[in-house]
Design a protein around this ligand. Sequence first.
Ligand code: ZN
Length: 308
Amino acid sequence: MEYLKNNKLIKYLKEIIKRDKISHSYLFYGDEYGIQKEVATLFAKTILCENKDFFCCSCSSCEKFLGGNHPDFFEVGKQNVKGQSFNISDVREIIEKSFVKPNESKYKIFLLNDVQTLFGGAINSLLKILEEPPKGVVFILTATNKNRVLKTVFSRCVSFFVSTPPLKDYLEFFSEQNPNIKKETLKEVFVLSQGKVGLFKVLLLTPEGEKALFFSKDLFEVFLKKDELRFNSILQKLEKDLNLIFLVLSCFLKRMNIFINNLKTENFKQIENFYRTFNLVEEALVNLKNNANVLLCISCLSCKIFDK
Ligand SMILES: [Zn+2]
């Protein structure tokens, strides 16, 4: 449990599962891109686990859970790492399902992610069911921004802050949970994430992150080949997606940093040129953050980099 750096919390959760003192609703909140969803999922899995063991993967309940087909576990808002709001029809469906008895476990668990995105009728319906949940039902909620969660949600749930662990500790947990991701990819993303769990998750789990990995690699290669035309055309392609440009340029900087540190050359002119480019990209990032014209900004960047 050491590597999740939430030892006290996990110890407490273990204890209530062991003593079978499960409450009907919990809220786990933490940083944006924090690990509250992971902790909430582990908690749900362990409540259902036949061995009540946080790291059991072998009982029939855990096998179903990990295979995504446990009949007493339902998750809403799972796909999007950025947090996906679910709407009133999802809440209605949850309420309907919650009145049907558990299939094979003592409990029926609903994991609702990013409840800070809920409002209006959806949150009102959810509040009602949280007030008087059917017997055997456990609602586990997660949220990224505590201040955006209604006080009335807090008052109905047992709430916990989940702290984000250092990336090196999180990596071990992540690779166990995602055995299908290649070791080389994990290593690459770990290095590019600059110690940030959030960036690590964005790069590995979002379509935007996947594009950023690809384009930053491409961009760095054409930069090394001094291919201004191609460099410019890659950036132009991203023009309409400012978030992606930020990600690509940040990864580009990290790639450059690694490259400079591994350089075997004593050629000062060459080293100077790499640092010059590094500064130009950083400057472009600042300008983009200050709402500079995107097209102008990236065109200038290409010109300045290749202008000797
Ligand atoms: Zn188990």
